[in-house]
Design a protein around this ligand. Structure first.
Ligand SMILES: NC(=O)c1ccc[n+]([C@@H]2O[C@H](COP(=O)([O-])OP(=O)(O)OC[C@H]3O[C@@H](n4cnc5c(N)ncnc54)[C@H](O)[C@@H]3O)[C@@H](O)[C@H]2O)c1
Ligand SMILES: [Zn+2]
Length: 240
């Protein structure tokens, strides 16, 4: 059964010219990064969901930066896993139009060698100036609290917070490639956070094949053409 599924997916990938992969927190789980539900709880008595907002940053930027410093410390030594490497290798070797879209902010796809990743929710290793809007890399651990731009403006994490819109260009590119893809792989996302569901629906709507890779069933599973209940780091290297 599993062997059939593997050759089925391999066949679809072989035939396709345009392939998209959307990853969520689950693709980094085997690197030791907790998924959203894994993090779930509190940091120093604060709910993570209440710190990751523009209002919280306006009210208390020091507190929000302390929270991000904590998250950056936890991510600092973490390495990509076989799932990240399989995707980077596929992009480099398959000669297909391949686009990797991620909801993750951990930067592990780039660390594994993936280029031009569409990061829907930003990146924890970048900062953005509140005054001039300049975006730059910042790998300081611990980070200076509070960090300032050369222009004197306060720097914030370049992350899409709750209640904020996705970066426009990234969002538009993701929708375009998903609507043109002949295969979309949806890996390690619970599908609750938009636009995961919309992207898969776009591919399906234009006749593409949708494949989900996730050890658990999700709200997306019922609309998928093929569902693989396996861990990303174990399964992706076998098909890519
Ligand atoms: N690594 C990160 O950067 C990180 C971590 C946590 C949360 N977030 C943010 O929180 C939001 C969470 O939404 P989400 O849907 O990405 O994650 P989620 O936590 O809601 O869901 C994670 C999914 O991954 C699956 N999963 C667990 N282990 C897996 C494995 N080894 N292989 C494949 N799948 C596995 C789970 O079954 C679950 O469906 C995102 O917007 C993201 O920006 C990011
Ligand atoms: Zn500035």
């Amino acid at each position: 059964m599993k062997q059939d599924l593997i050759s089925d997916i391999k066949g679809h990938l072989k035939d396709a010219r345009r392939v998209v992969c959307l990853t969520g927190a689950g693709v980094s789980a085997e690197s030791g990064v907790p998924t959203f539900r894994g993090v779930g709880g509190l940091w120093n008595g604060h709910k993570a969901t209440e710190l990751a907002t523009p209002e919280a940053f306006e009210r208390d930027p020091k507190l929000v930066w302390e929270f991000y410093d904590f998250r950056r410390r936890n991510l600092f030594d973490i390495k990509p896993n076989p799932a990240h490497y399989a995707l980077a290798k596929f992009a480099g070797e398959s000669k297909k139009e391949f686009t990797l879209i991620t909801q993750n902010v951990d930067g592990l796809h780039a660390l594994a060698g993936s280029l031009n990743v569409l990061e829907l929710h930003g990146n924890i290793w970048r900062v953005k100036c509140l005054e001039c809007g300049t975006i730059s890399d910042n790998r300081e651990v611990p980070v200076t609290i509070l960090p300032y731009c050369e222009c004197g403006g306060l720097l914030r994490p370049d992350i899409v917070w709750f209640g904020e819109a996705l970066p426009e260009g990234v969002f538009a590119s993701a929708f375009q490639v998903a609507s043109q893809a002949e295969v979309i792989l949806v890996v390690g996302t619970s599908g609750i956070v938009e636009p995961a569901a919309s992207l898969a629906r776009l591919t399906k709507g234009s006749g593409g094949i949708t494949v989900e890779i996730n050890p658990e069933a999700t709200p997306l599973s019922s609309m998928m053409d093929l569902v693989v209940n396996e861990k990303a780091g174990e399964f992706l290297p076998t098909i890519m």
